[in-house]
Write a protein that binds this ligand. Structure first.
Ligand SMILES: NC(=O)c1ccc[n+]([C@@H]2O[C@H](COP(=O)([O-])OP(=O)(O)OC[C@H]3O[C@@H](n4cnc5c(N)ncnc54)[C@H](O)[C@@H]3O)[C@@H](O)[C@H]2O)c1
Length: 293
């Protein structure tokens, strides 16, 4: 029988990690959030508090729920604080070697029956699972950004994931109020297999001078009814994450149609990562985002 998940750990307190901590705490789970950066951990707690306050102002939750959720979240710098968690979700950067190293250290502190989930956007769950001591208790739990608002979570089994892990993860995702799409373990799964090539194509459209930033985003917002333009969305996701996903698609499917746009590569090399670095296809330093091309 699948075990009920009552406590979770989150590794990496960036935009995804703090979002997962937020929804899990609101659902009444105990949460331990970790990061290699103490500054990121501090700002993650402030972000969660701010986002919960916004939900109170919009009457989505009560002030009592806000305060109760905050009490459920502990932040801890190292992985030791995760020892008693039923489920640990890794939400660190989209780099396979970083994730493998985290799993190596994590397995040494986790209790034997704990489940490990990865929020990876694209990397093989089977391969990540193989770097742990428990591939049958490893699963892809892919939340969407921003976590408190987006309804979907993709669940991805690796080849060794057992039924109890899948069922416990399914119950956890349902408990935090999200809908599930089950994806097979293919590069970038379902959402990003479709979404990222569209974003990459928008960057090619900019690179080739077909349109400027404003024209490309307006075209897709007003002409295809997308809520955000593709370049705005790329900045929101993070250009480093976009590039990593395109590289996984390109290498994993060995098809030139997934070649990352050279302009995307250049932006990442420049440290222009989108909103999180205040510069991407837009400049975010002023009151309003300003297109840069
Ligand atoms: N950004 C999105 O739209 C999105 C959506 C779904 C999934 N994801 C996936 O979620 C993961 C995180 O993405 P993000 O956008 O939150 O990134 P982010 O850059 O906002 O946050 C990553 C965090 O991980 C921390 N970190 C880095 N190395 C670490 C380590 N060794 N141990 C602990 N913490 C470490 C960083 O300090 C940072 O706080 C990635 O795998 C990404 O592909 C991202």
């Amino acid at each position: 029988m699948a075990k009920e998940i009552k406590s979770i750990g989150v590794i990496g307190s960036g935009q995804m990690g703090n979002g997962i901590a937020h929804v899990a705490a609101l659902a009444g789970l105990d949460v331990v959030m970790t990061d290699i950066s103490e500054d990121r951990l501090k700002s993650a707690m402030a972000t969660i508090n701010g986002n919960l306050s916004r939900q109170v102002a919009k009457k989505v939750i009560t002030e009592a729920a806000h305060q109760a959720a905050l009490k459920k979240i502990k932040s801890a710098p190292g992985l030791d604080g995760l020892a008693s968690c039923d489920l640990v979700i890794e939400t660190a950067v989209e780099k396979e070697e970083v994730k493998r190293q985290i799993f190596h250290e994590l397995c040494a502190v986790l209790k034997p029956d704990a489940i490990i989930g990865s929020n990876t956007s694209s990397i093989s769950i089977t391969r990540l699972a193989a770097s742990t001591d428990r591939p049958e208790k490893f699963i892809g739990i892919h939340f969407m950004n921003p976590v408190p608002l987006m309804e979907l979570v993709e669940l991805i089994r690796g080849i060794a994931t057992d039924d109890a892990t899948f069922e416990a993860s399914r119950a956890f995702v349902t408990k935090v109020g999200k809908q599930i799409a089950v994806s097979e373990d293919f590069p970038a799964f379902i959402v990003n297999r479709i979404l990222l090539p569209m974003i990459n194509e928008a960057i090619y459209t900019l690179y080739e001078g077909v349109g400027n930033v404003q024209a490309i985003d307006a075209a897709m917002r007003l002409g295809a009814h997308h809520p955000m333009g593709p370049l705005e969305l790329a900045d929101f996701i993070g250009l480093d994450t976009c590039l990593s996903i395109m590289q996984v698609l390109h290498e994993g499917l060995a098809d030139s149609k997934y070649r990352p746009c050279p302009l995307l590569v250049k932006y990442v090399e420049a440290g222009w990562l989108g909103r999180k670095s205040q510069r991407g296809f837009y400049d975010y330093r002023g009151d309003k985002p300003v297109p840069t091309r």
